[in-house]
Design a protein. Structure first.
Length: 604
């Protein structure tokens, strides 16, 4: 009796994929062999082959009309055919595949993995795909070098994937580390141990992340999140049971955050493109460009505004939240729920609700509905989208739409009429949130709130958030220039990079300083950002573009009240620097160097 593994796949991943799998299964049973089939379809890989399955197999059968990655099968006999032939001649295919296998051939045992000098591959990704993506990659590379491991990190950012992992590198790796705050496709890593965590965890504790991943790999192929891996050991007492429950809650909340950030990451290009085009329409046709049909200004406004890019913000947000939860079957109900949210006036708040509803409803339906194998291909393209879209649509129209629309209108009117103390308080709150974790969940929450309001033509909070996000690195850069004796030589060099990151609205430029001295740096940055945000709101500054820093300020019409806005940014920067003067004390080594230089100058 032979052990066989197989993969079936067709371009649509529906009927032929599952029919070929069923036929091969029946053929193997009739001939007295054991066979495990992995199907690669529109809902991703199902019944995935593990490394142990592949290692124990006498032969691998690939029945496919689409490209299948074969890097998982080194030194294995592979028999390739089509799904049509597998359906019609399954027993013949199995016999031909086994006939090619020498009778005495025995698959060599897998060599023991040298965990002490492991090969690691990793992916880093954050919602905007800018700072955290590359900083997490650098942190993992430094950690691997310190621990004596080899690592290659693929970054998935706003410019696409860079330093892309090859199939050979994945195959040879002991473990896969995914440090991401947005959904990452794991289809390439079937049969590999995958350890998932956040970019923040990779930044703060790179060696710990790699050690946990390698510990997980020693147990065999599996996938786990940071929280799950930590809590995987059996509970020994009441306190450990409490810790396990906390870990599970932490993993659940991290999952919700990741789903939200996935939606935001796909939504941002539409917001950026739309906002810039609207700003350009004002630059070309004046503030009333939308009122003059046929002109270039009017055309640019239409492309970027409510009938163009901005009309897609909420559907894209909702659709990719659902996609993060339920994969491709969640896209249609999520986007349709987003469109309904826009049409009934529920805006981005309704879109958030529609996205999570569509994702979780589709996910649960996928688990509950069990169709015969010959009909399983209908589930991802017909059954799930139909039922989920109907349920989400009815809930949006009859239950959720009206109250959420009322809430959004009330919120919008309140924000538009904010003046004086109320505007000051909101600016203080948003500014403080932008600086407290410098690109972490709290920072992203304030940013997402402001970006979402752009679709409702409320753009004052966006201005406050960008001003507040620029001031931490700018304030620290200025402090390293003015108060050199309070910073190490390394920090002074980092201050130059922080200045560039600050003017580009990349708050993460302040992270190296905060990580080294959090109790002195973070209060200073929070105070400065709160001042910048409060002044921006107080001056009634408005910004229609969600990213770009000072570079978008050069576009006429992008910012309302440009000079007061610049004053808010400068004021926040100066306050940050001023507070640092009092919180940071001169370093002893720096003071000694300065004293020696002064004595040398006096002697000469």
């Amino acid at each position: 009796m032979a052990k066989i593994v197989a993969i079936t796949s067709c371009p649509t991943g529906i009927a032929h994929t599952f029919m070929a799998a069923e036929a091969l299964q029946r053929g193997a049973e009739a001939l007295g062999h054991t066979l495990k089939v992995e199907t690669q379809g529109s809902v991703g890989a199902q019944n995935q082959l593990t490394a142990a399955d592949i290692q124990a197999a006498d032969v691998v059968i690939i029945a496919a009309n689409a490209k299948v990655d074969q890097s998982r099968f080194p030194e294995k006999l592979i028999y390739e055919t089509t799904t049509s032939k597998a359906i019609r001649q399954s027993q013949q295919i199995i016999e031909e595949a086994l006939a090619k296998q020498p009778a005495s051939a025995v698959a060599p045992p897998a060599p023991p993995q040298e965990i002490e000098h492991a090969r690691i591959v990793a992916i880093t990704s954050c919602p905007t795909g800018i700072a955290h993506t590359f900083m997490a990659a650098e942190a993992l590379e430094r950690a691997a070098e310190t621990l004596g491991h080899q690592i290659k990190v693929e970054t998935q950012g706003s410019v696409g994937a860079q330093n892309t992992l090859t199939a050979d590198e994945i195959q040879k790796a002991n473990v896969v580390v995914i440090a991401a705050d947005a959904k990452v496709d794991q289809g390439r890593f079937a049969g590999k141990t995958v350890y998932e965590t956040s970019t923040h965890d990779a930044l703060q504790n790179g060696p710990g992340v790699l050690n946990k991943a390698l510990t997980l790999a020693a147990r065999g192929p599996q996938t786990a999140t940071g929280a799950a891996a930590t809590a995987s050991a059996p509970s020994q007492d009441y306190l450990s049971q409490i810790q396990d429950a906390k870990s599970k809650r932490s993993a659940a909340s991290a999952g919700i955050y990741k789903h939200l950030m996935t939606g935001v990451s796909y939504m941002l290009p539409f917001v950026v493109a739309g906002g810039l085009l609207i700003a350009l329409s004002f630059a070309v046709g004046g503030i009333d460009a939308a009122k003059h049909p046929g002109t270039i200004g009017w055309a640019l406004n239409q492309i970027g505004g409510g009938t163009g890019a901005f009309s897609l913000i909420v559907p894209i947000l909702a659709g990719y939240i659902a996609y993060s939860i339920a994969d491709r079957p969640g896209l249609a109900p999520g986007m349709i729920g987003g469109v309904l949210s826009t049409s009934i006036g529920a805006g981005f708040l309704g879109g958030l609700i529609a996205g999570f509803l569509a994702g979780y409803i589709t996910s649960y339906l996928n688990k509950w509905i069990d169709l015969p194998k010959n009909l399983a291909g209908l589930k991802p393209v017909l059954v799930l989208p139909l039922l989920s879209t109907a349920i989400v649509g009815l809930l949006m129209v009859y239950v959720i739409g009206a109250p959420v629309s009322f809430m959004l209108v009330a919120l919008t009117n309140w924000l538009r009429t904010m003046q004086g103390t109320n505007a000051l308080l909101l600016g203080l709150l948003l500014g403080g949130m932008m600086a407290i974790d410098m690109g972490g969940p709290i920072n992203k929450s304030a940013y997402t709130f402001s970006v979402g309001l752009l679709s409702s033509n409320v753009d004052a909070p966006m201005a406050a958030v960008m001003a507040a996000g620029m001031t931490p690195p700018l304030g620290l850069a200025l402090a390293t220039y003015l108060f050199k004796n309070r910073f190490t030589v390394e920090e002074q060099d980092a201050g130059k990079a922080a200045a560039v990151l600050g003017i580009s609205f990349i708050t993460e430029g302040a992270i190296p300083f905060a990580a080294r001295d959090p109790f002195r740096v973070i209060p200073a940055t929070m105070i400065g950002s709160a001042v910048a945000g409060a002044l921006s709101m107080l001056f009634a500054c408005r910004l229609q573009v969600p990213h770009g820093g000072v570079f978008v300020l050069l576009i006429p019409g992008a910012v309302t009240n440009l000079l007061p806005y610049l004053i808010a940014i400068v004021a926040g920067t100066l306050v940050t620097t001023g507070v640092l003067f009092f919180t940071k004390r001169p370093l002893a080594s720096n003071a000694a160097v300065i004293k020696a230089e002064a004595e040398l100058a006096q002697a000469s």
